[in-house]
Ligand binder design. Structure first.
Ligand code: MV4
Length: 451
């Protein structure tokens, strides 16, 4: 087991990882930027090292600075959290060459899943359903038009190096497809250094269902059920829940088995997530795999009782899984709201600044994962996530009622947050019925503005 871990991240996830390390008797080293000197992760860790300037490129993405910190502190593992260096295969290789264990999947799995075309190809060969579309990169307009003719409009152009909806374009006819192809290729080249794009059938109002995977280095692989992340805005998730109101035990077993097969096909080890789109008629397709711990992992922890960070650290240390698929039981319901420093009444404009009043909710069925405290200054340089409010109950209705009560209790002033939007969603009968799809938030926002 590790004796000392460096956490190459900030904010709530750095705090989350430090907490589990303490419970495992592992010493912790925080790294921080000049803007995060007074952060909670710095205070909670056993040691803290400044790795550079406020901008992420100078600090949390600064590989030489982070490796130097790891060498100076003499750690035996690095936990990357999510974002930043968590899906950087090159960084994993550097850690290994320094004899430091990267607490995550092998570089090869990160590289493979980073290429959405290669990932789809692997899954197709493994017998996992994939969205119909081009089987390789679409090079020219003839390729694109031929694919569109085969699968029918509407189609989506996606970047091979994208993911999470970045650089994605819906097209309804030939003219739009040709222009989307050009802009998508140019944008992908500029943002990812890889201009490859592919075309696939655009599904109508699908749900986003993702399966949590846990795999050790001996090849034992299990799933921990699904999360429903259908409530998103501009590909940013707002609310996640587990289980999904659209998945019953039979469908869970079926998709779960395929998710395990997908992870095995990628020779995966660590925690990971297999994303599917689910149609109203029950058909579903693999879209991508996330090779990291995800923001929304707590809802899975709440219904399985498993500490995902602990399992991630254990398997990175070479231990085998402590449980089998049949040992995993889903109990009750969990919902998570992402509380961001953004103003939903002003186009989700960032709202950094000092939090003078802070009183988080508590009581039965409430968990708050956050790095915020009274007097904390929200810096303008990073992701706007302030807190994750997770509530649980025996049923979905119970968890929703606790969430409404917890949102009412939550005091976080004077900056703008997404709390009012969440209150609005949880009072909507359509959300209560679980009848939500991809366009839910845009409709919800229009309703809010016309009130
Ligand atoms: C799609 C899609 C429809 N058809 N792919 C992928 C990443 C995710 N952030 C959004 N993605 C989508 N991919 C095909 N072939 C629709 C979406 C989509 C979406 C999916 C589930 C839940 C919410 C969504 C919001 C916008 C777009």
């Amino acid at each position: 087991m590790f004796s000392k871990i460096l956490i190459a991240n900030r904010g709530e996830i750095a705090v989350r990882v430090i907490r589990t390390c303490k419970e495992m008797n592992i010493r912790t080293v925080a790294v921080y930027s000049e803007a995060d000197r007074n952060s909670l992760h710095v205070r909670l860790a056993d040691e803290a090292i400044c790795v550079g300037g406020a901008r992420a490129e100078q600090s949390y993405l600064n590989i030489p600075a982070i490796i130097s910190a790891a060498e100076i502190a003499d750690v035996d593992g690095i936990h990357p959290g999510y974002g930043f260096l968590s899906q950087n295969a090159h960084f994993v290789e550097i850690c290994e060459s320094c004899n430091i264990t990267f607490i995550g999947p092998p570089a090869s799995a990160i590289r493979l899943m980073g290429d959405k075309i290669a990932a789809k190809d692997l899954m197709r060969k493994a017998g996992i359903p994939i969205v119909p579309g081009s089987m390789a990169a679409v090079r020219n307009k003839e390729d694109a038009l031929k694919t569109a003719r085969r699968i029918g409009y509407p189609v989506i152009v996606k970047a091979a190096a994208g993911g999470g909806g970045r650089g994605m374009r819906v097209c309804h006819n030939d003219v739009r497809l040709i222009s989307a192809l050009m802009t998508c290729q140019a944008e992908a080249k500029a943002s990812f250094g890889n201009g490859d794009v592919f075309v696939e059938k655009c599904l109508e109002q699908p749900r986003h269902i993702e399966f949590q995977i846990l795999a050790d280095r001996a090849g034992h692989t299990i799933h921990l059920g699904e999360r429903d992340c259908t409530i998103q805005r501009r590909h940013q998730k707002l609310i996640e829940e587990s289980p999904s109101p659209a998945v019953d035990a039979k469908l869970r077993r079926k998709i779960g088995e395929l998710a395990v097969r997908a992870a095995k096909a990628a020779d995966y080890a660590s925690v990971g997530t297999i994303e599917f789109l689910l149609n109203k008629d029950g058909t579903f397709y693999f879209i991508e795999m996330n090779t990291r711990i995800q923001v929304e992992h707590p809802v899975t922890e709440m219904v399985t009782g498993i500490d995902l960070i602990k399992e991630q650290i254990r398997v990175a240390a070479g231990e085998t899984l402590g449980l089998k698929q049949d040992d995993v039981a889903l109990d009750g319901w969990a919902i998570e709201c992402r509380i961001n420093a953004e103003d939903p009444s002003n186009g989700f404009a960032p709202s950094p600044g000092r939090i003078t009043e802070y009183q988080p909710p508590g009581g039965r069925g409430v968990r708050v994962d956050t790095h915020v405290f009274a007097g904390y200054d929200v810096p303008p340089f990073y992701d706007s996530l302030l807190a994750k409010l997770i509530t649980t109950g025996r049923t979905r209705e119970d968890a929703i009622r606790v969430m409404q009560r917890a949102l009412d209790e939550f005091l976080l002033e004077p900056i703008r947050t997404t709390i009012p939007l969440h209150k609005q969603i949880f009072s909507d009968p359509t959300f209560w019925r679980g009848q939500i799809s991809t366009d839910y938030i845009d409709r919800q926002l229009q309703l809010g503005e016309s009130e």
